[in-house]
Design a protein around this ligand. Structure first.
Ligand code: UDP
Ligand code: MG
Length: 315
C-alpha cells in the first residue's frame, strides 16, 4: 500500500521562546509515526513564519538545514494566524496527502495526532481536535472564548464547539478549502461547510509551553467580528427587530405624553424625552456600526488582494 505523506503545518509569530521545544516534540513524533508506518517517509513539518520580528526564522532555517523532514515558509510580513495557516496549507497541498494544522505553542496535545491519522485511514477527510476542558486557559480567556462560541451558534454560524485550528484535512478537503476566495478568513467556520466526512478526536488543552499569547484582546475581538460577519446575516435581521421594538416603545411614550398633556402637567415629560433621545441615538449608532462592519467586509473582499506573499520557501 502506498504510504500517506503527512504535512504538519505550524504558523509561528514571534515564537523563539517555544520553538525549540515545539520542534523537538514534533520531530520526535514524526519519527515515531514513520517508524510505526502510520505515515510515509516523505512526511514533513512545515513552519510558516508569519513575519516574526525575533529569531523565529533563523531557528526554523536551522532546523530545516540538512533535515528533509523540516521545511520553512517565510511570509513577507505579518498577515495573521488564519492567513499564515492558509499559506501553509496551500503550499503543503502540492505534495502532501494529508495536512495537520497545530499552533506553535504546543497547547494542543500532539499525542492526539496518531489517533487523528487513524481516523483518516478509516475514511475521514476532516478530523477536528476538540478540547475536553479548558482549565489551563486563564479565566478571562476561557469565559470570553465560551461566550464567543455560544454567540456564534446563536448567530447561525455552524462550527465545532471547542475546536480551534488543531485539525487534520485530506488533500481534497484542502483543495476544496482553497476554492473559498474570502479574505476575511475564519477557517473553523468554513471547514464544516466543505461537507466531507468528518470526525472529532478529544484531548485536554495544555498550557502554553513558553512565550506569551500572540492574541491580545484587540486581535480576539476583530477575529470574533470576522467570524460572525463572514458567515451570518443574522445581525442585519436583528437590527430590524430591534428597530421595531424601539418604535413600539416610542409609541407608548407618545401615548403617555398625550395623556399627561391632557391632565395639564406636560412639563414632566422632559425627563422621558431626553432619555429616549439618547437611548434611540445610541441604538442608531450601534446599528450603524453593525452595517459598517458588513460594508467593511465587502470592501476588503471586493479588492481581491492576495492573502499573503511568500518571501522564501525552504524545502
Ligand atoms: N500566530 C500567527 N500570526 C499572528 C498571531 C499568532 O501566526 O499574527 C500564531 C502563533 O504563533 C501560534 C498560533 O498562531 O502558533 C496561535 O496563537 P496563540 O497561541 O498566541 O493564541 P492563543 O492560544 O493565545 O489563542
Ligand atoms: Mg496558544
Amino acid at each position: 500500500m502506498e504510504q500517506t505523506t503527512l504535512a504538519i503545518v505550524v504558523p509561528c509569530f514571534n515564537e523563539e521562546e517555544v520553538l525549540p521545544q515545539t520542534n523537538g516534540q514534533l520531530r520526535a513524533l514524526l519519527d515515531a509515526m514513520m517508524r510505526d508506518r502510520l505515515i510515509g517517509e516523505e512526511s514533513y513539518i512545515l513552519y510558516v513564519d508569519d513575519g516574526s520580528r525575533d529569531r523565529t526564522w533563523s531557528l526554523i532555517a536551522g532546523y530545516g538545514e540538512g533535515d528533509v523532514h523540516v521545511r520553512g515558509l517565510k511570509l513577507s510580513g505579518n498577515v495573521g494566524h488564519q492567513n499564515a495557516l492558509m499559506a501553509g496549507l496551500e503550499t503543503a497541498r502540492a505534495d502532501a496527502d494529508v495536512t495537520l494544522s497545530i499552533d506553535a505553542d504546543l497547547q494542543d496535545d500532539t499525542n492526539a495526532i496518531p489517533e487523528m491519522m487513524k481516523k483518516y485511514d478509516d475514511g475521514c477527510d476532516i478530523v477536528y481536535g476538540v478540547r475536553r476542558k479548558r482549565t489551563t486557559d486563564s479565566l478571562f480567556k476561557r469565559t470570553t472564548a465560551q461566550m464567543f462560541y455560544k454567540f456564534m451558534t446563536r448567530m447561525g454560524v455552524k462550527s465545532v464547539y471547542n475546536h480551534a485550528d488543531f485539525r487534520l484535512m485530506s488533500k481534497r478537503a484542502v483543495d476544496a478549502l482553497c476554492q473559498f476566495e474570502e479574505r476575511n478568513l475564519f477557517l473553523r467556520g468554513i471547514v464544516p461547510l466543505l461537507g466531507y466526512k468528518s470526525d472529532s478526536v478529544y484531548y485536554d488543552r495544555l498550557e502554553r509551553r513558553a512565550g506569551v499569547s500572540k492574541y491580545p484582546v484587540s486581535k480576539m475581538l476583530s477575529f470574533a467580528v470576522d467570524g460572525i460577519t463572514s458567515f451570518s446575516v443574522k445581525p442585519l435581521r436583528l437590527i430590524f427587530a430591534l428597530g421595531s421594538v424601539f418604535l413600539l416603545i416610542s409609541l407608548a411614550i407618545l401615548i403617555y405624553v398625550i395623556v399627561a398633556l391632557c391632565r395639564g402637567n406636560g412639563v414632566q415629560g422632559w425627563a422621558s424625552l431626553m432619555l429616549s433621545i439618547w437611548f434611540v441615538g445610541g441604538c442608531v449608532l450601534i446599528c450603524l456600526s453593525v452595517i459598517a462592519a458588513y460594508i467593511g467586509r465587502i470592501y476588503t473582499e471586493s479588492k481581491h488582494r492576495p492573502r499573503y506573499n511568500i518571501e522564501k520557501y525552504l524545502k
